[in-house]
Write a protein that binds this ligand. Structure first.
Ligand code: SF4
Ligand code: SF4
Length: 276
């Protein structure tokens, strides 16, 4: 018995919406009993792209984050349903029974990830099924099949030979809202957090300072990390939590610089001038 799961590599997602369109093509006007009723043409997004913009001019970063049902092992939607209208299959896929769930609008509100949609015409809550009808034919979910950049990786989380297993055991993944303790089966790489960035300039020459060593230290833990400026004098530390940090710049022949940063959201420090 496989244990199905997905890994979403956010830095690889280009926001092309192929997955979104393919999901619509697969499910619009198509019933797949006993797993799903046809998706309406409008108003439902079983996989959607959440585009996140961070920073401020001139340092802006954009990330595209595919969002779908994460097929929780501890699913609030199942607890909210009556008459066994929602259930988890032995392979981990969470299914809304399209007959038993009719009129149970409360199921929509039970999902903390807001990925269940209400079909007004059929009086039915609906969501992603991991394309279980395709899995039973030995195929992958349609969104995974059409993703041109390899951002959606699907497989058996228990199979040591699978790519999902290899990535999962590398320790690079995380889940959405772990504090909810829902135990998702969808994992992410590169969930946008906060960054500290800046542009270093040789003040005496008014030129970009390339190859400068920049050290970032988190005040609470004392944990330090290093980077070097690129040919435009830019540096960046991403994936940071909010908190207090110290940025230090060192360059032979110039006065060392220390900048205290109280990081609440992304922080571009602007041009930092080195003086002799
Ligand atoms: S993400 Fe929402 S709909 Fe999917 S299993 Fe978890 S609670 Fe249910
Ligand atoms: S198809 Fe792949 S690259 Fe395109 S939006 Fe979906 S996940 Fe991102």
């Amino acid at each position: 018995m496989p244990k199905w799961g997905m890994i979403i590599d956010i830095p690889k997602c280009t926001g092309c919406y192929n997955c979104f369109t393919a999901c619509k093509d697969e499910h619009w006007d198509n019933d797949y009993p006993p797993y799903s009723a046809a998706q309406p043409k409008h108003g439902q997004f079983w996989i959607n792209i959440d585009t996140k913009e961070r920073g401020s001019h001139p340092f802006i970063k954009v990330a595209h984050m595919p969002v779908l049902c994460v097929h929780c092992d501890n699913a609030p939607c199942i607890k909210a349903a009556s008459d066994g209208a929602l259930y988890k299959r032995p392979d981990g896929i969470v299914i809304i029974d399209p007959q038993k769930a009719v009129t149970q609008k409360k199921i929509v509100d039970a999902c903390p990830y807001h990925v269940i949609f209400w079909n007004e015409e059929k009086k039915l809550p609906q969501k992603c099924t991991f394309c279980v009808h395709r899995l039973e034919q030995g195929k992958t979910p349609r969104c995974v099949q059409v993703c041109p950049s390899g951002a959606l990786i699907f497989g058996d989380l228990d199979d040591p030979k699978s790519e999902v297993y290899r990535i999962l055991t590398s320790g690079k993944t995380e889940v959405l809202n772990p504090e909810l303790k829902t135990k998702p089966r969808v994992y992410y790489i590169g969930i946008p957090k906060h960054f500290i960035a800046g542009s270093v300039v040789y003040g005496d020459m008014d030129e970009c300072a390339e190859g400068i060593t920049v050290t970032l230290t988190e005040r609470a833990s004392g944990k330090a990390m290093n980077t070097t400026t690129n040919k435009y004098g830019e540096f960046e530390f991403d994936g940071l939590d909010a908190g207090k940090y110290v940025v230090q710049l060192k360059c032979a022949g110039y006065v060392a610089k220390t900048i205290d940063v109280q990081l609440k959201t992304d922080n571009y420090l602007g041009a930092i001038f080195l003086s002799r």
